[in-house]
Structures are given as structure tokens and as C-alpha cells.
Ligand binder design. Sequence first.
Ligand SMILES: Cc1cc2nc3c(=O)[nH]c(=O)nc-3n(C[C@H](O)[C@H](O)[C@H](O)COP(=O)(O)OP(=O)(O)OC[C@H]3O[C@@H](n4cnc5c(N)ncnc54)[C@H](O)[C@@H]3O)c2cc1C
Length: 387
Amino acid sequence: MTRPPRVAVVGAGVAGAGVASALGESALEVTVLERDDVAGGRTATHRRDGCRYDIGANYLSDGSERVSELVRTLDDGDLVDIGASVWTFDADGRISPGDEARADDHRWTFEGGLATLPRRLLERSGATVRTGCSVTSLEYASDEGRWIVDLGGEETNATAENLDADAVVLTPPGPATASILEASVDGSEESESQPQSTFQSQPQSQPQFQALAEAARSTPYRSVHSFALHYPFDLERPFYALVNTDREHPVGWVAREGEKRGHVPEGETLLIAQMASDWSVTHRSTPAADAAREAAARVAALLEDDRLADPDWTDLVEWRDALPDTDPDADADAETTGTDRLRGAESAGLFVASDCTHGRGRIHAALERGLTVGDRIRESFGSDRSH
Ligand SMILES: Cc1cc2nc3c(=O)[nH]c(=O)nc-3n(C[C@H](O)[C@H](O)[C@H](O)COP(=O)(O)OP(=O)(O)OC[C@H]3O[C@@H](n4cnc5c(N)ncnc54)[C@H](O)[C@@H]3O)c2cc1C
């Protein structure tokens, strides 16, 4: 009996979970390798003192019909439509009611936070998920049409082994995807014979790792310091969140996490404050407590409430490669120039599903991308859904 083809997915964020989901119920053996101790990536939910809060992405908006339907199938009665509106502010901190045209948009999360989305997708896909596995490079044995995924981060663990795969998908942000590609090598033996692959029947050409890495690096990313600011009192406001529309204010986004069912106990306030990219870059070496104090002072001034300058606890995640530096709501069909180049190694079984491929930093776009790449892999192996 021949073994099932193996697919290694690097990254257990929404895109990686989307690939696994599309390959669920297929005859392929899927392993998802995640550097962190938990799945989720930029959909990150933290817990503290009875609060749950989304410290990366704050909500999921409606995507394609396929994405919206898939999200509904994940609802165990804990999908939350935040409902309340998003207002805007400008460089001078002038607040205005939000865009009426978008007033009816859904904004989703889960009672357990947005990280529920990739975790539930992965659970239901049947894929094997290995956390704490940092992929450092790939080796392509073109004479065998086989990939060796190097788990450099696990080398100190005597039981750890590198992973063999017939196809590999890279989902980390552009710079991390580029680092893996730059360290990757042709591991084929000198051979007179034509390369063979279980991936496709044709002889395989060598992936051009450096060209792929350059394409992955060509998408610039913004940095975001994302703070949780907690207060032991209630804060009433007519909006769920405020967004800075001219990118001229040090604060990019402030959201009232208590508007999400099940996230913040009554009588308390938890604000998520996401700082502008320039502010985040210049505060990279600022100690977290000092940065939090400065951010809270900015939020207090914006919301004209002095009490907000003094949170009783704070949390911070510095997202260095937070979002592609493009318009995240740009036309879904608008392709970036890197896209075609990043598909250049698919015939050898190397796929890129990172957001550097299209520059749209949105959860629904990441899920769509993962599903599409999963579909392409399934088609390449000629593997139909088993039921
Ligand atoms: C602060 C912030 C706010 C945002 N707000 C919103 C929002 O409100 N709404 C919205 O729709 N989108 C938002 N986004 C964007 C959204 O979070 C992303 O578009 C989406 O989560 C990207 O998913 P992904 O799977 O492509 O990437 P990621 O979530 O980054 O997943 C990649 C995974 O790869 C792992 N990884 C990296 N390197 C390696 C390695 N070498 N080996 C193994 N694993 C590795 C990472 O740990 C990560 O888990 C926000 C993002 C940030 C940072």
C-alpha cells in the first residue's frame, strides 16, 4: 500500500488553519508546524483576572460567501456579533460618527476570543498540529521530489526529527517567510536521472529560493504596539471603537472590549489601544511600563477622561510585522506584483499563503487565501474529498 501524500503547513494562524480546513476529509496527511506554544498567530486572545481580550486582530468582518458560511459552521453558540459602531478621529483628536455606508457591517468574534477561529478550524480539520516548532529552512531533494522541513528550533530536543513532506505551505508574514526561503537549499544528490515527485507526474524544476525570498520581502509591513488597559470602573460611550483615518495621530485604534459578550466583567473597562506604526517603531526599546503609561495618557486625552491615564493593569504585545502596509480593504481582486513570483515554485510543491502575497491584512482574507491554497494542493494531488 502506498503512503498518503504528506503536506507540511508552516504557521497555525488563520491562513494555516484555512489550508488545513480545505485539506480536511482528503486523503492527504497534513501536519501544521507552529513556532509559538499556541495556535492563532495574529488572532491572539489573552486572559487575565476574569477578562478575555483580543490583543491582535480585534474582529472578523464578512468575507466571501465561502468564508462567512465556514465561520457560521464553527459557531457553537459562542459567535459574537459586536454590533456597535466604529467612529473615527483625526490628527487633532476630533471624533466623528463612523461611515454610515459601513454601519451594517458585521464584526465578529467569539466569547472565547478571536483565537477560537483558527483553533476550532484546526481541531475540525483532523490535521496534526505541532506547537513549539520553529521552521528554519527547507531542503528540496529534487531527485526524489521530496521536501525536508528543518525544525532548527527543536534541535536541542533529542527526540525531534525534521519532517519529510511532498508539499510545503509557508504562511508567516513576508519577512519571516523570506527568512525561511533565504536559508533553504537544493538538497538533491548529483544524479543523471530525471527528478521524480509524488507531487506531480512531471519532472520538477528547482525552486528559485532567492527570487522567492525577494518577492516575499518586497511587501512592506507596519508595526503595531497593542496595549490592553484595564480599569476598575465602567466607561459608557456611544461607540464600540474609534479609528484614526488620516494616520496622523499616535493612536491608531481604541476599542471597548466590554462590548464583546463574555470578555469583560460588569463594572470594569478594558480598552485595546493600538498605536500608529511610527509611534510603535520609535518605542521599540522603551520599557513596557513606560510605553503603557504614555499610551494611556494619549488615550485619556483622546477620550477626554483623565481617569484613563491611570490603568490598574496593562498588557502589551509588540507586533513587529503586524499588517502589510497597504489598504487592507482594497479590492479583493487587486493582486500585488509579488503574487505571481511567489507562485513560481508550486509545480515543485512549494506554496506561499502569507499575506505578503496580496497585501491585505484581514482575517477573512487570510482564511480565503488558506482555503484557496488548500484547494490548489488537493487538486494537484488529485485528492477529492472522501465524503
Ligand atoms: C494589531 C493587529 C490588529 C489587527 N486587526 C485586525 C482586525 O481587527 N480585523 C482583521 O480582519 N484583521 C486584523 N488584523 C490582521 C489579521 O490579524 C491578519 O491578517 C491575520 O490574522 C493573518 O493571519 P495569517 O495566518 O496570514 O498570519 P499569522 O496570524 O501571522 O500566522 C502565521 C503563523 O506562523 C507562525 N510562524 C512564524 N514563523 C514561523 C516559523 N519559522 N516556524 C513556524 N511557525 C512560524 C507564527 O507564530 C504565526 O502563528 C490585525 C493584525 C494585527 C497585528
